[in-house]
Design a protein around this ligand. Structure first.
Ligand code: CDP
Length: 221
């Protein structure tokens, strides 16, 4: 079983994906970390995140072990990640790793949950369930601000709003794999929902989408 979860930053994808993976005993891949890891390595090498050749070379050599770096959540890396993510060669170089994870998940799991921006549209268009998790820009900015403060980082709310707008604009406007719901995705607006409500709604959608064909009295013979 493959579950694809896409949506903008701080909409609640990560929390939901982790909980679904645990409840359904599936492997979990946060694909944002791939772009963040590429960005971190490019920055470290002194190259520019817009340098297509350097970024594509880094992406082609990326391994799952690279996702363990503790600094990948930094905002500086998030911004650079959305720059390398706009380079088509980078996206192509990361496709194989993501598809392999989805189809032969680690740990012998029977399936995988992948979250990102283009899982339902490009990486796994064949996913069994596609969720597009979104929320208002205000709700997302408030959540990100709270999350940064909880991590002990300094966070200035207007700056969080500006950085989120910049990243949203880059992710939605890029020519390759822009952020948008797949035609067959179920859209979940989490602006007014807490994590438990989002989890319950997602479990209901998954149950409905993966239920075996009805064998009740109305079923065709
Ligand atoms: O955690 P947050 O939602 O803020 O970001 P993320 O999911 O870690 O993604 C960081 C950046 O990577 C995004 O702004 C996108 O530009 C890029 N990304 C992408 O292009 N495609 C994906 N499947 C996942 C992330």
């Amino acid at each position: 079983m493959i579950i694809a979860i896409d949506g903008p930053s701080a909409a609640g994808k990560g929390t939901l994906a982790r909980r679904l993976a645990e409840a359904l005993d599936l492997a979990y891949l946060d694909t944002g970390l791939l772009y963040r890891a590429v960005a971190a390595k490019v920055l470290e090498s002194g190259a520019d995140p817009d340098d297509a050749e350097a970024a594509a070379r880094t992406a082609a050599a990326l391994a799952l072990d690279d996702l363990a770096r503790p600094d990948l959540r930094d905002e500086r890396i998030a911004q650079a990640a959305s720059r390398v993510a706009a380079i088509p060669e980078v996206r192509t170089a990361l496709l194989d790793l993501q598809r392999r994870f989805a189809h032969t998940p680690p740990g012998g799991k029977r399936g995988a949950v992948l979250d990102g921006r283009d899982i339902g549209t490009v990486v796994c268009p064949e996913a069994d369930v596609k969720l597009f998790v979104t929320a208002s820009p205000e709700a997302r900015a408030r959540r990100r601000h709270k999350e940064l403060l909880a991590r002990g980082e300094t966070s200035i709310y207007p700056r969080v709003v500006a950085e989120m707008r910049a990243r949203d604009a880059r992710d939605s406007a890029r020519a390759t794999a822009p952020l948008k719901p797949a035609a067959d995705a179920v859209v979940l607006d989490t602006s007014e929902m807490d994590p438990d409500a989002v989890f319950r709604a997602a479990m209901d959608i998954i149950a409905a989408r993966t239920a075996p064909p009805s064998s009740g009295p109305d079923a065709a013979p």
